[in-house]
Design a protein around this ligand. Structure first.
Ligand code: FAD
Length: 398
């Protein structure tokens, strides 16, 4: 079994497949964790809130249980816990209404027996003083959820996989093409001309996926999205107890972020349409994104307006129509399974991804019906779905 890609999709798959008795070779073009990989960052949001979507919320519940199990395994091995259950605040500039992302998430959480706390403007100012007084007037805090140190998770998974006799990790080897015989994939050809044969290949190549599976070129597209690391002058306002992982009227502004981390940094990102880009092209954060960030900070976190930006990055989504992952067998080539399409929200499901991908390998991907099924081409409405879901015309923040 070959797994192409040492990000969270690939390493979660390799872990579960090896646990199920498969011999696995993971091949990555870079050194795992590859700095260019989407999985490699200081933090990723972990939440179960998905509006009215019970399937994603159920997967989120499973994943959060899984992060606790992984934390326990890491601490039992004398290593640091990497999932931080700070809770999540989802706040709104207007009253939270039905049909809105926050309002629907709140109702679905309660319908599933969770206990989110509704917050008004006064609660927000009292409990979370970094937020601009009186601008955010509604929302909720949910104690289950937080963030995970994604790059460190990838390092931990690679470390434990690398210590297993039934797993081989190959770093710094780019897969050039899949090798097919009689229409069936039987291995991969590397850039150095060598061929590695296997009975099955899992393509977990993130934003590069369509380069190996061109038939997905319209389905898994690389788009660039900025993240910023800021060093607050007054860190006390941004510690997790009073500044949990957050979304700030995300369907309208696109902004989300994290509490102060162990290095004294607050990370803020924006979940919007992004810029279409070739996965191997140079990655530059568009200048206007810094202006927009300043506008956002001026209405939301005035105490961060003079915080220096110590790092900025254009990170790539493997973006799909409607933002659902693609985890399925190839319809015409049963030597290949694709595991990709994280669409800016896949990392949080790390502890559950292995099961989904291994099930697809073993031919029982029924657990999620058509949601992650192989898709051929874009349909008009699919594009609109993604565009509508993401605040492509982000509101004026002045
Ligand atoms: C800005 C940004 C913010 C995000 N925020 C969140 C968040 O808060 N919460 C969340 O849950 N998710 C978030 N995500 C999404 C999440 O990061 C991704 O869904 C997830 O990390 C994708 O993992 P992956 O394994 O598919 O891809 P990657 O992590 O990109 O890994 C793919 C790997 O494949 C390798 N590869 C590619 N092509 C080849 C080849 N030909 N040969 C060999 N190796 C190859 C690459 O080197 C790379 O290491 C965010 C993503 C971005 C970009």
């Amino acid at each position: 079994m070959i797994v192409v890609g040492g990000g969270i999709f690939g390493l979660a798959a390799a872990t579960t497949l090896a646990n199920r008795g498969w011999r696995v070779t993971v091949i990555d073009a870079g050194e795992i964790p590859n700095p260019l990989a989407a999985s490699t960052d200081i933090s990723k949001v972990v939440r179960m809130e998905y509006g009215t979507d019970h399937e994603y919320m159920a997967l989120g519940e499973e994943a959060i249980d899984g992060w606790h199990v992984w934390n326990q395994e890491w601490t039992d091995a004398g290593r640091a816990p990497l999932y931080h259950e700070t809770g999540v605040t989802m706040l709104c500039l207007r009253t939270m209404d039905e049909g809105g992302f926050e309002g629907d998430s709140f109702q679905t959480l309660r319908a599933r027996g969770h206990a989110p706390e509704r917050l008004g403007a006064e609660d927000i100012s009292r409990r979370f003083p970094a937020w601009s007084t009186g601008r955010y007037v509604d929302g909720f805090f949910h104690a289950r959820g937080g963030y995970v140190e994604s790059g460190r998770v990838v390092t931990e998974l690679a470390r434990s996989l690398g210590s297993r006799p039934d797993v081989a990790l190959v770093n710094g080897a780019r897969v050039q093409t899949l090798v097919r015989e009689g229409g069936r994939t039987v291995g991969v050809a590397l850039e150095d001309g060598s061929v590695v044969r296997a009975d099955m290949v899992v393509v977990a190549a993130g934003a590069w996926t369509a380069k190996l599976l061109p038939e997905l070129v319209d389905v898994v597209r690389a788009t660039g999205h900025p993240v910023f690391h800021l060093r607050p002058r007054d860190p006390s306002l941004f510690v997790p107890d009073c500044f949990p992982t957050f979304t700030a009227d995300v369907a309208r502004t696109g902004y989300y972020g994290f509490p102060l981390n162990r290095d004294g940094v607050v990370k803020i990102g924006v979940h919007a349409i992004g810029v279409p880009i070739d996965a191997d092209a140079q990655r530059i954060v568009p200048g206007e994104e810094e202006d927009r960030l300043a506008d956002f900070l001026s209405i939301t976190f005035p105490a961060l307006l003079d915080a220096p930006i110590v790092y900025r990055r254009l990170c790539l989504y493997a973006d799909t129509p409607g933002e659902d992952f693609v985890i399925d067998r190839h319809p015409e080539d049963d030597g290949v399974v694709v595991a990709s399409g994280g669409s800016g929200h896949g990392f949080k499901f790390g502890p559950a991804l292995g099961r989904l991908i291994a099930d697809a390998v073993e031919g029982n991907a029924a657990s999620f019906g058509q949601k992650f099924a192989w898709r051929r081409t874009l349909h008009g409405e699919d594009v609109e779905t993604t565009e509508a879901a993401r605040c492509h015309d982000r509101i004026e923040l002045k």
